[in-house]
Design a protein around this ligand. Structure first.
Ligand SMILES: NC(=O)c1ccc[n+]([C@@H]2O[C@H](COP(=O)([O-])OP(=O)(O)OC[C@H]3O[C@@H](n4cnc5c(N)ncnc54)[C@H](OP(=O)(O)O)[C@@H]3O)[C@@H](O)[C@H]2O)c1
Length: 287
């Protein structure tokens, strides 16, 4: 089966492609910069140079593919970009598997990125093409990697979640689940809510990092607004900083503490824990 993959070179894309290639599927990956993409992706993945605005390129790929992985970065225009790609897939009659966001926020009044996922999911459901959706919770590759930087620099993590837990998920598990869904139409019409195996608090995550790295990690309580301001000071755009504040505010209510069995249902294996992730990425914490 040929799978056309967008968002191939970000945090999640390479994991999806590695799982597809391991299953023996043919992957056509849309990339803006083949020189950057080549070392990130398996040698068997075929690179298609272009971006989301390269309509004739995307149309040609959709015409030749059985399924498209719809994965685009969040930003103020995410739903508009995704709806255009859904329209192109609809014209080509190509099945779509969409990566959405944290399930708790995917509603018309959710945080902006989640609200946009709600819009794009609805557009997809109304399109007439076969579809499936995966809704991962926050990625370990985003939130724990961010913690690693402050552990390295200051021996602490900032905690904007108070006493709430969060069922962070490893992109390796999201990639494996997405590959399974991409290659089997029996998943059509389903929404899979992908989480890790537990929902630790930030204090519990700090303890795991200390145990696994030998660094005595302190926890500094902050508000979601302070975390957003710090991100803006590090150079994030106003939209990105606002997005972070909104998401952290939602997480702080405990809305993302749910733990599902969907990774295991789709992949046949248990999702990886925060401890597994920290153990495999010790170098990020110790420099
Ligand atoms: N971060 C999280 O914790 C999290 C959790 C759950 C769901 N999500 C969802 O996951 C999605 C983001 O995935 P990610 O974190 O893997 O993204 P990412 O790391 O931001 O990567 C974005 C990808 O999109 C590509 N891209 C950007 N602009 C493009 C354009 N104009 N044309 C073609 N390609 C373009 C990038 O290519 P280049 O390499 O060329 O820049 C890169 O491959 C969002 O929908 C988000 O809501 C994220």
């Amino acid at each position: 089966m040929t799978v056309f993959v967008t968002g191939a070179t970000g945090k999640l894309g390479p994991h999806v492609i590695a799982s597809l290639v391991a299953r023996g599927e043919r992957v056509r990956a849309l990339v803006r910069d083949p020189g950057k993409a080549r070392p990130l992706l398996p040698a068997d993945a075929e690179l298609v140079q272009g971006d989301f605005a390269a309509i004739p390129t995307v149309e040609a790929e959709l015409a030749a593919a059985a399924t498209m992985l719809l994965l685009t970065p969040h930003g103020p225009d995410m739903a508009a970009v995704q709806n255009t790609l859904i329209d192109l897939a609809t014209r080509a009659g190509t099945r779509v598997v969409k990566v959405s966001g944290t399930s708790a926020g995917i509603r018309p009044d959710g945080p902006d990125a989640c609200r946009q996922h709600f819009d794009a999911e609805k557009h997809l459901a109304d399109s007439g093409v076969p579809w499936a959706v995966v809704r991962p919770n926050g990625f370990m590759q985003t939130l724990i990697v961010a913690m690693a930087a402050t552990v390295r620099e200051r021996g602490l993590i900032a905690n904007p979640l108070g006493t709430a837990g969060i069922s962070l998920v490893d992109c390796a598990d999201v990639g494996a689940a997405a590959a399974a869904v991409l290659t089997d139409p029996r998943h059509d019409g389903r929404h899979y809510v992908l989480t890790g195996p537990a929902a630790p608090t930030y204090a519990e995550i700090a303890a795991v990092i200390s145990e696994e790295t030998g660094v005595d990690v302190k926890v500094l309580d902050v508000t979601p607004e302070q975390a957003g301001d710090a991100a803006r000071a590090r150079g994030l755009s106003d939209w990105e900083a606002g997005h972070l504040t909104e998401m952290l505010g939602m997480f702080r209510t405990g809305a993302s503490e749910y733990v599902t069995t969907d990774v295991e249902e789709v992949t046949g294996r248990q999702p990886r824990s925060v401890r597994d992730f920290v153990r495999d990425h010790r170098h990020l914490f110790t420099g």
